[in-house]
Design a protein around this ligand. Structure first.
Ligand code: MLT
Length: 257
């Protein structure tokens, strides 16, 4: 596979243009919440950009509602975007959910056109890496784009975002499986591994703006939960399964591997 790490809107657009396998990484918290939801028995996730589209998707696809704005659960929704709150709840096995979040769901919809879309985070990093190896077995030149939803700079220069850290965890798991990474990404992964030998992932998250925001909003348990590496084997996947709503908006339908 040909691995590229490209963040922000450009990453989603690049994956779509390349017809790549797009890995959407919104570490705190959307791309941790989605695999967690699947581990709790939710079978399908319809990811929408806008709140109104999420409500319409729930009506048309007969789903529950999950998501946030400003990190807070939306009015009338069944769940917010807190993986630890989800872990405490029961009774939604075999249900479907329409989901929206401030950034993660945007980058997901922006990546429509990619061959396959995958939701990845540290929490399911090894499962994501294994799946990428499987999916590219027959085409060693297949393009895989790791898309940290919000990216600022390089870990080497200590310019961290939580999503870049998530991207580096997935790249590290790819490296551990023997996947060849481009030289600049490999250099970042090696720096990251060195940092990880001195600091926990949670401590690294706390150096980020979004990590601090979640602490201020009393979501420290989520920051802790999201810092677990390769604890969940569920990987939401969409083989470019796009649903067009009655108003013309598109949502991406994910199932579990
Ligand atoms: C996002 O998609 O922007 C985040 O997941 C927001 C959050 O932490 O709720």
């Amino acid at each position: 596979m040909k691995v590229t790490l490209q963040g922000n809107l450009e990453g989603s657009q690049y994956a779509a243009k390349e017809k790549a396998i797009a890995v959407i990484i919104d570490t705190l918290r959307a791309s941790t919440t989605m695999p967690t939801a699947m581990s709790k028995g939710i079978t399908e996730l319809f990811v929408a950009k806008e709140v109104d589209d999420t409500r319409l998707s729930a009506k048309e696809n007969n789903t529950l509602l999950m998501g946030e704005r400003g990190c807070i659960m939306l009015d009338g929704f069944n769940f917010g975007n807190s993986p630890t709150e989800l872990m405490k709840q029961t009774g939604f096995e075999n249900t479907k959910v329409s989901f929206t979040s401030s950034t993660g769901s945007r980058r997901t919809v922006d990546a429509i056109g990619s061959d396959i879309l995958i939701i990845g985070s540290p929490i399911n990093a090894k499962a994501v890496a294994k799946l990428l190896v499987e999916l590219t077995e027959e085409d060693e030149k297949k393009s895989v784009v790791l898309i940290p939803c919000f990216t600022e700079g390089s870990i080497i220069n200590h310019e961290l975002t939580e999503d870049q850290l998530g991207g580096l965890v997935i790249a590290m798991e790819l490296k551990n499986l023997g996947v060849e990474l481009p030289a600049d990404l490999l250099e970042e992964v090696l720096h990251f591994e060195e940092r990880l030998s001195k600091q926990t992932l949670k401590e690294l998250y706390l150096e980020t703006k979004h990590g601090q925001k979640l602490i201020d909003l009393q979501f420290e348990a989520d920051v802790e939960f999201c810092s677990q590496i390769s604890k969940i084997n569920f990987v939401p996947i969409s083989r470019n399964d796009i649903v067009t709503l009655g108003n013309g908006s598109k949502v991406v339908k994910f199932k579990q591997v």
